[in-house]
Design a protein around this ligand. Sequence first.
Ligand code: NAD
Length: 361
Amino acid sequence: MNQRRIFIKNTLIAGAAASFSPSFLMSATRTNKEKLGVALVGLGYYSTDLLAPALQLTEHCELKGIVTGSPEKIPVWQEKYGIQDKNIYNYENFDSIANNEEIDIIYVVLPPSMHMEYTVRAANAGKHVWCEKPMATSVEECTTMINACKSNGVKLAIGYRCQHDPNIQAYMKVAKERPFGKVKMITSAAGYFDGRTDHWKQKKDLGGGAMGDMGVYALQGARLATGEEPISVLAQASTTRPEIYHEVEETMMFQLEFPSGALASCQTSFGIQMNYLHVNYEKGWLKMEPHSSYNGNKGSMSDGTIINFSINSQQAKQMDEDAWSIKNNQNMLVPGEEGLRDIRVVEAIYKSARQNCVVKL
Ligand code: NAD
């Protein structure tokens, strides 16, 4: 292990240790519960395959409830996770969760067009909210969500698991400390081949489209590697399967310009497997591949530094850190405002693709 890698690793560990030190814990406001109760809303792929299993590994939160419109899923979930009858809701009686003291956090894992409604209802029920990416389908919806959580005095976090991953934090640190000078050019890509033909990801009114789904990872790569917000975008949408992708784009290519002069060329697709981030600085480079996977994200830098931290479960780390922050009344690592920053750019990308011109932000 070379010196630079040791340095990055030690600094990250020291940072984590400081924020979890006993004196820090003592100074914060704490609730009495050791584990906060989480209710998952929407029991599709991500809840079933990733979040519920990860909630079996968490120290600061646990799976206590479910909200589902599919009654046939209830016995399966009860059997697997011991969820009590009184902690099971459907979309109609969901608001009565306000009276359930076992549920502290509602995790919205629905198609994006439903994120605003369920976030606002959860906040009005007095529960903290975790909401999956993309935060919503417009800046206006994101703002409504942030305001609803603020006015109800509850926290809002967006499920950007990668920001909890030390491998991603390593290049965010490079953006801050600039050991290679300014960022000149970024190339980032996030996509996979989706063989489904009738899914919300292909429907406009449910918030489908590659840009909101995988595109936010490519966008996050550019934003986090520069530490800046784009000032202009130029985008082009396309599809090779118009019989499936006629309402939304299968592929989006977008270019970003940042205030420092840094440029980014980004791609996302439901037709192409791609998962990387390349950053060219004034005096060096950084590459991550994979960049936005559930595990195994890794990279290297031009000075020989290797980025390759192993973590047990990204989702467990994300939910534990967010639950810890709620218990201790700290700011969320990825608050609603961060989800909104992406959607502001996503809106501009769609406008640029529609109007075939550069859109200033
Ligand atoms: P999914 O289609 O597998 O599940 C969606 C769930 O919503 C299903 O349980 C479905 O029954 C329910 N639902 C309720 N009303 C619906 C409607 N009108 N149309 C369709 N479904 C409806 O989707 P998913 O892959 O689990 O994605 C859910 C959310 O999680 C999305 O926001 C997605 O972007 C996000 N996600 C995040 C990650 C990540 O790595 N952070 C990974 C996968 C998905």
